[in-house]
Design a protein around this ligand. Structure first.
Ligand SMILES: Cc1cn([C@H]2C[C@H](O)[C@@H](COP(=O)(O)OP(=O)(O)O[C@H]3O[C@@H](C)C(=O)[C@@H](O)[C@H]3O)O2)c(=O)[nH]c1=O
Length: 180
């Protein structure tokens, strides 16, 4: 399993080597020893979750107040266009964003440290995203910035088909920056 750095400080991509044959595919999704070499400790993650989205759905852009949360994110079925925005004021990449394709072909696995906005758009009829977080979910700490905020100007690949009521009511990037 290879580990790539990214344009965003401290964000990593774990790249497994899927095995394919006539039956289908086998892939290791995470390797504790590889993680430990780059400071990502599997034991730190306390909740594993999965969401299923239909074509064109956008979920995001979500963050967490307080000390934030670290995430490991992968797409188990289908494909998503996954976007991260660095909201750590002290970071050299503060305000920068990067997009990643997560799919069930390469099985790339993103490590997102605390202090990021995260969102994705489903590129396939069904897209299952699995993620692990290092703190128990607490809706009181939810942060959301509009997926179509003009200052963020995220280039989503498809017209949005469905978003949640929470995401439709999300705040602006400018308001978030003022609050940091
Ligand atoms: C995120 C989350 C939600 N829930 C509950 C709350 C609610 O009743 C239901 C659906 O929640 P949401 O609408 O917030 O789910 P969703 O919009 O899919 O939120 C997720 O979006 C992606 C982009 C992320 O990065 C995640 O961290 C998370 O914020 O599931 C949990 O119990 N645990 C969780 O970790």
């Amino acid at each position: 399993m290879r580990v790539d750095t990214t344009d965003l400080e401290d964000v990593l991509v774990f790249r497994p080597e899927p095995f394919r044959d006539d039956r289908g595919v086998f892939t290791r999704t995470f390797d504790v020893r590889v993680g430990e070499r780059v400071g990502v400790r599997s034991a730190d993650f306390v909740q594993d979750s999965q969401s299923r989205s239909v074509f064109g759905v956008i979920r995001g852009m979500h963050g967490r107040a307080g000390r934030g949360e670290a995430k490991l994110v992968r797409c188990a079925h289908g494909a998503v266009h996954d976007v991260l925005v660095d909201i750590r004021k002290e970071s050299p990449t503060f305000g920068a964003q990067q997009a990643f394709t997560l799919d069930d072909v390469d099985f790339a696995h993103l490590y997102v440290p605390p202090g990021f906005l995260h969102g994705f758009q489903a590129l396939t009829a069904v897209a299952d995203v699995c993620y692990r977080i290092d703190r128990e979910h607490d809706p009181a700490e939810d942060i959301a910035v509009a997926y179509d905020d003009p200052d963020l100007a995220i280039a989503w690949p498809l017209p949005v088909t469905v978003i949640s009521a929470r995401d439709a009511a999300a705040g602006t990037w400018a308001a978030l920056v003022d609050s940091l």
